[in-house]
Design a protein around this ligand. Structure first.
Ligand SMILES: *Cc1c(COP(=O)(O)O)cnc(C)c1O
Length: 611
């Protein structure tokens, strides 16, 4: 798995004349997007966590791009005018940790190239294509064992043609170190040497192979003629090829599992691996750290993961975090609070339930009275009651529980990753969530983010549970980098990708996106004349519970089937005797999709005479 990429973008792009006088070549747009930005998106979608861009000419453009994509790190080659791609690669080298993708900045390419390189067993690989007729071909020659031995523009000199250089490679760190060492030795004679020429020299010490895709759709863009060819010929081919791999879009407006990106779906398609391999242990460790970082500081918190749904994580938390003779207080103002209490009772935990309205805010004074009335050791509450869309004010409730000496357990399943959360600030000791809600991964991993000092207290406690024992799961993983039982392997790869995408969008921007979707939906409801269960000011914006219209022709199934035929899935929600349907803003939902859904909803309501 390739986690880093280096883009060499120091060059002047002088063959473009005026156009690139005050702008790097990579910023030339095709179909409204700069070439280099399109490349960055493809790298992120391919699972790359960090993109190092070696800059020079007009480096400020790249620094600006780095603000938009947190995964970008720019490194300036101050001597770009007197060096070439190898000079730029040299300044990037100290930041490379492991095998990486190396790319030129002025490339337009089909993303399948990254997939092909990543899936090839060979460590050092240059991507090549068949004949392009681009008029600027660089030919690659290999020896009898397939190792690169010549890079040249002179086709006549090539005896064993391996293909045309694309400008995308997969390289090990040790190979890069050798390239840099070679450059240092020979700089005095040729400071302007190209990286591909250095490839060829170093291939004598460590083999580089050529991977050819005969009909690969790609082009570099060096001048106006190439740009025109790219726009008319190559870009449409790339677009078509990539669209053939699009997965049918279903917008899930149900409260989880949520809509995922295609890149998260594809991240599951990986080579088989035994989960006891260190490589997979490292992946799980990184995922665990990534999950913590979404809502807490890794200095005080750790994330313990299980193969299960979100309820499994709740069960692990409730059954592990109440001390042997402890007493638990649970807030129940919806199905999920009720579920926490039910779990506690099944484990014979001494439990009191504080019941509160499912659609009105909690009476904090009454809750505090309840907290005072007995010596509770532990407190449990749901952050976002997904039943109704009610958001409980944990910033007030948890500090109150702390005041009475309780450990705080929170189900933050449907808030996590959707809004900025800081567990320490909220006084939360344990928090649960799952891989398939806002974070946007596949169903199958439930996890508990734990305050480390609180988790350690469980070391001496007798086990009340087995599969779901939090401390045991933590301890075993810490010692072995393995889970005690088989983890959902492919789901972990998808979750890794979902974390990368969450970090690049940022949780703040994600909350803005969900808010925008929610506003579009609420405005639509008002126009249609439908009513919501919870007052706007108490809503999370992640779920909107809508009351059934009082119309004899309305049927939930009718609406469900109608919406489904347009690619939208909705969900019912019954609260006592109040009938609602629920619309979620979760995962990869886009404002334009919510706009389309509002039209579908209006058309249905119109057809039965509601509006
Ligand atoms: C979705 C959800 C859960 C977990 O549900 P599963 O179906 O077990 O994944 C738990 N709590 C809340 C608040 C939820 O929204």
């Amino acid at each position: 798995m390739i986690k880093q990429a280096v883009i060499m973008a120091g060059g002047l792009g002088s063959r473009f004349g005026n156009r690139t006088h005050a702008m790097p070549k990579g910023f030339i747009e095709i179909d409204g997007t700069a070439m280099v930005e399109r490349s960055v998106r493809k790298l992120i979608a391919a699972g790359v966590e960090e993109i190092i861009i070696g800059t020079g000419h007009c480096s400020e453009y790249y620094d600006e791009l780095a603000k938009k994509y947190p995964c970008i790190k720019t490194v300036r080659n101050d001597n770009y005018e007197n060096t070439s791609s190898m000079g730029t690669l040299e300044v990037c080298a100290p930041f490379v940790r492991d095998s990486f993708f190396l790319l030129e900045s002025d490339l337009l390419y089909d993303s399948i190239g990254l997939f092909v390189l990543d899936n090839d067993m060979r460590k050092n690989l240059i991507l090549a294509s068949g004949k392009t007729n681009s008029d600027d071909e660089v030919y690659l020659e290999t020896d009898s064992s397939g190792v690169l031995c010549n890079v040249t523009k002179d086709k006549v000199s090539v005896k064993n043609l391996a293909g045309e250089l694309v400008g995308i490679s997969k390289i090990t760190k040790s190979f890069l170190d050798k390239m840099v060492a070679f450059y240092e030795r020979t700089r005095a004679e040729n400071a302007k040497i190209d990286y591909e020429t250095v490839f060829c020299r170093v291939a004598k010490e460590e083999p580089v192979f050529v991977r050819r895709i005969e009909y690969y759709a790609w082009t570099e863009i060096d001048d106006e003629a190439m740009l025109e060819r790219a726009e008319k010929l190559i870009y449409p081919r790339i677009k078509e090829n990539e669209s053939l791999r699009d997965i049918r879009r279903e917008v899930l407006l149900n409260p989880g599992p949520s809509t995922t990106t295609d890149s998260v779906k594809y991240a599951q398609v990986v080579a088989d691996i035994c989960p006891r391999e260190l490589e997979f242990g490292n992946l799980m460790e990184e995922v665990s750290i990534g999950l913590t970082e979404v809502c807490a500081d890794t200095k005080n918190y750790v994330t313990v993961m299980f193969g299960c749904s979100g309820t499994g994580a709740d069960e692990a938390m409730i059954s592990s975090c109440v001390p042997p003779e402890g007493k638990l207080l649970v807030v129940d103002n919806g199905s999920y609070g009720e579920r926490l209490a039910k779990i506690a009772k099944i484990y014979n935990i001494d439990t009191d339930v504080f019941k509160s309205s499912t659609y009105e805010p909690i009476d904090l004074e009454a809750l505090e009275k309840q907290m005072q009335s007995k010596k509770y050791t532990t407190f449990a509450v749901v952050y976002h009651e997904t039943t109704t869309g009610l958001l409980n004010p944990l910033d007030k409730i948890c500090p109150m529980a702390k005041k009475y000496g309780m450990t705080t357990l929170c189900d933050i399943v449907s808030a996590y990753g959707g809004m900025p959360i800081d567990l320490d600030k909220l006084d939360i000791d344990f928090a649960t969530s799952t891989s398939n809600k806002h974070i946007g991964g596949m169903a199958g991993i439930g996890f508990v983010v734990c305050r480390f000092s609180e988790l350690m207290k469980q070391k001496e406690w007798p086990m009340r549970n087995y599969y779901f024992n939090l401390y045991d799961q933590y301890q075993y993983f810490k010692k072995t980098k393995q889970t005690r039982f088989t983890p959902p392997v492919q789901t972990f790869y998808a979750l890794r990708q979902a974390i990368i995408e969450t970090k690049n969008e940022t949780v703040e921007k994600r909350f803005e996106r969900f808010s925008e979707c929610w506003k579009i939906f609420v405005a639509g409801l008002k126009e249609i004349g439908l009513k919501m269960l919870v007052k706007e000011e108490n809503q999370s914006r992640f779920i909107t519970a809508v009351l059934f219209p009082e119309n004899p022709k309305f049927s939930f199934n009718g609406l469900h089937d109608y919406a489904r035929s347009f690619g939208f899935t909705i969900y019912p929600g019954k609260l006592g005797n109040i009938d609602t349907f629920r619309i979620a803003n979760m995962g990869d939902i886009k404002p334009e999709e919510m706009r389309r859904f509002v039209v579908v909803l209006r058309d249905y309501m119109h057809s039965i005479g509601v509006c």
